[in-house]
Design a protein around this ligand. Structure first.
Ligand code: G6P
Length: 364
């Protein structure tokens, strides 16, 4: 590889460490304090068109799909437009109904993933409006879409995505804020989100400073037979991405479930050799999440909580700084990237090039 490793042993570690700078880049030059919104020069969607959007559908694969799940929640919360995300590969094969009032958004780090590109081409052929949230400038998806938001994470070399995932979530927050301010988001709420966005880089640094402790926890998790990741609503995409990250680099089997669904089946898997990572922000769902921790504890499951305050029912808590609730998913995934990294390191895995995986899948 010709990219500079900057003193890190792996690109994954380097890219995790670069996240505060990367988030700073996706924000730079875009915040408009006067109107409590953001300027997105490449969006190509005027206010009238933005007001006409009745639904948003986000398409992507792998970590990009998970960032899209966060994006869909941000768009619903801030812009109050019904939104969801779907794997691009599923979408393109199910002969979906293409609706003229839906804004389609394709998201991809590389901009070259074949399934996502094929979904874009099919949508364009049917006359849909398609935007891109893409990292690589001038890539195929960036060229085929009508406009969009560049993620500005910089080059990502490790096969598993870290800084690009985080930056994509932030890019969606910008898009959601922009759409929100064209529709019903108040100036006060716009300001609140902008302040939250500005806090992110410093808060990311604070999370990364916990690495040593996370590495010690990872040494224990390296012994796990399987792992469960749970979260509710904003926490669920975080759980999905953390579970994928662990699988990809450590090869430990992991499942992600909405915490509320545990009792409908997966609770049967909980035992001492199957630890749980729970996303527990101090938001309106805190009590519900605490009840889930109790259910797991009652089955002798080991629990690691990622939370805003110590969780007494958890065996360990990684405390992350508080931000605006809508932005919690951006921060809560970061310690779990380090957890996946150190678990893989403890197991001696080939971290930057996990077996059977490719950085971008450009074939069907
Ligand atoms: C591959 C990679 C994943 C990535 C996915 C989508 O499967 O191994 O890490 O998330 O492709 O890639 P994209 O470039 O479209 O974000």
């Amino acid at each position: 590889e010709s990219w500079d490793m900057g003193g890190h042993d792996t690109y994954m570690h380097k890219e995790i460490a670069e996240q505060a700078d990367a988030v700073d880049r996706v924000l730079r030059g875009r915040i408009d304090d006067r109107f409590a919104t953001v300027r997105l020069g490449g969006l190509n969607l005027d206010a009238r068109a933005a007001r006409g959007v009745r639904r948003v559908k986000i398409l992507g694969c792998g970590s990009a799909y998970h960032a899209g799940l966060i994006g869909a929640q941000l768009i619903e919360e801030l812009a109050r437009i019904p939104a969801d995300a779907e794997p691009a590969s599923e979408f393109r094969y199910r002969n979906a109904v293409v609706d003229p009032d839906t804004l389609y958004i394709a998201t991809s780090q590389s901009g070259e993933t074949y399934d996502t590109l094929a979904a874009v081409q099919e949508l364009k052929r049917k006359g849909a409006m398609v935007l891109g949230v893409v990292n690589v400038v001038g890539s195929a998806i960036a060229r085929e879409t009508d406009g969009g938001v560049y993620v500005h994470a910089g080059p990502e070399v490790c096969v598993v995505s870290t800084k690009c995932f985080t930056n994509t979530a932030v890019a969606f927050a910008l898009l959601a804020l922009h759409l929100g301010r064209i529709r019903d988001l108040s100036v006060a709420d716009g300001r609140r989100i902008i302040e939250g966005l500005r806090k992110l880089p410093g808060q990311i640094e604070a999370i990364l400073a916990e690495e040593e402790r996370i590495a010690k926890l990872a040494a224990e998790f390296a012994e796990a037979k399987s792992m469960m990741f749970v979260g509710r609503v904003r926490g669920f995409p975080v759980a999905k991405e953390a579970s994928l990250k662990l699988k990809e680099v450590s090869y430990i089997h992991a499942e992600a479930y909405p915490a509320s669904e545990l009792k409908h089946g997966p609770l049967a898997l909980i035992e001492p050799a199957v630890p749980t990572v729970a996303i527990v922000p101090s938001d309106e769902l805190l009590e519900k999440n605490r009840a889930t921790l109790e259910e797991i504890k009652a089955r002798s499951g080991r629990i690691l909580a990622v939370a805003h305050e110590e969780q007494p029912k958890a065996d360990d808590t990684i405390v992350v700084p508080r931000n605006e609730p809508e932005l919690d998913p951006v921060l809560m995934g970061i310690p779990l990237q380090l957890l996946a990294y150190h678990t893989a390191l403890a197991l001696g895995r080939d971290i930057d090039k996990p077996r059977n995986l490719a950085k971008s899948v450009t074939v069907e």
